[in-house]
Design a protein around this ligand. Structure first.
Ligand code: NAP
Length: 251
């Protein structure tokens, strides 16, 4: 009997996470649709259809993370794919658009509590989920972790004054993605001697809530690299940092 692949996508109730969940389900993968609001997770899972199961998961809440891991253990006994996709650009600050976000996100003036709140979601969240899910990934014979970052997190790119991203590098969202990249490297190094693969992906500029629907790519197009890498099999590489279509992104 063919064993179904089991995946968890965090922040999968909307945007690129939902797109990825739907594409994985279309492959026959069993997908836990992580959502900090269970009602929204259930609505997304119902829309995706059979193979998608809503899972309450707030990546900033240790109790929620532990309960999610326990639920996957009981339902599936293992995890073959973890996609750390959940992310936030703002948490406590109300901004009308990206221009206002950039204006209030200067290192000299940004409220520290806002930086901490965004880093809780984008940095400490994926690390906490990694720690909770690792025993389940170790129970798989073909396990992979895919962390979703941003081109803005590439320090080598943003340090270049000629880069289009240079002037948009901020201490809140962009620096959180650089920190996520660093944490991803620690995961890659820790798991180098194991069979568990780790990949880092930079999606396109998606037209989603995270960017106030100012993105220029459709959700489907922007998510293509995340989907491509999430579909990797046991013989495909670990330790990569790419954007579409396998273009190497500098760390
Ligand atoms: N949009 C872009 O252009 C772009 C570019 C580069 C990278 N990315 C990255 O791509 C990923 C997906 O973003 P998206 O563009 O698809 O945005 P999105 O549609 O806003 O989706 C973000 C998801 O993360 C969830 N989330 C936020 N805080 C959470 C928490 N504490 N616990 C669990 N889930 C939480 C959101 O839940 P709610 O629905 O409850 O808010 C939502 O499901 C993010 O990591 C983002 O940084 C996006």
């Amino acid at each position: 009997m063919k064993t179904t692949r089991v995946a968890l996508v965090t922040g999968a109730n909307q945007g690129m996470g939902k797109q990825l969940a739907a594409e994985l389900v279309s492959d026959g993968t069993t997908v836990f649709v992580g959502a900090r609001n269970l009602d929204r997770g259930e609505a997304a899972a119902a829309e995706i259809g059979d193979g998608a199961t809503a899972l309450h998961l707030d990546v900033t809440d240790a109790t929620s993370i532990a309960a999610a891991a326990q639920r996957i253990r009981e339902d599936a006994g293992r995890l073959d794919l973890l996609v750390n996709n959940a992310g936030a650009a703002t948490v406590g600050t109300d901004v009308r658009d990206l221009a206002e976000f950039r204006a209030v996100s200067k290192a000299s003036t940004v409220p520290l509590e806002e930086v901490r709140a965004v880093w809780e979601v984008n940095v400490f969240g994926p690390l906490a989920v990694y720690q909770a899910m690792l025993p389940l990934l170790r129970a798989s014979s073909d396990a992979r972790i895919v962390n979703v970052t941003s081109a803005l997190g590439s320090l080598a790119t943003v340090a270049d004054p000629a880069s289009v991203y240079h002037w948009t590098f901020d201490p809140t969202y962009a620096a959180s993605k650089a920190a996520l990249n660093a944490l991803t490297l620690t995961m890659m190094i820790e798991l180098e001697a194991s069979d568990i693969k780790v990949n880092l992906v930079s999606p396109g500029f998606a037209n989603t809530a995270l960017v106030n629907f100012e993105g220029t790519d459709t959700v489907e197009d922007a998510a293509r690299e995340v989907v491509r890498v999430a579909r990797f099999g046991p013989h495909e590489p670990s330790g990569t940092f790419t954007s579409w279509e396998g273009a190497v992104v500098p760390w």
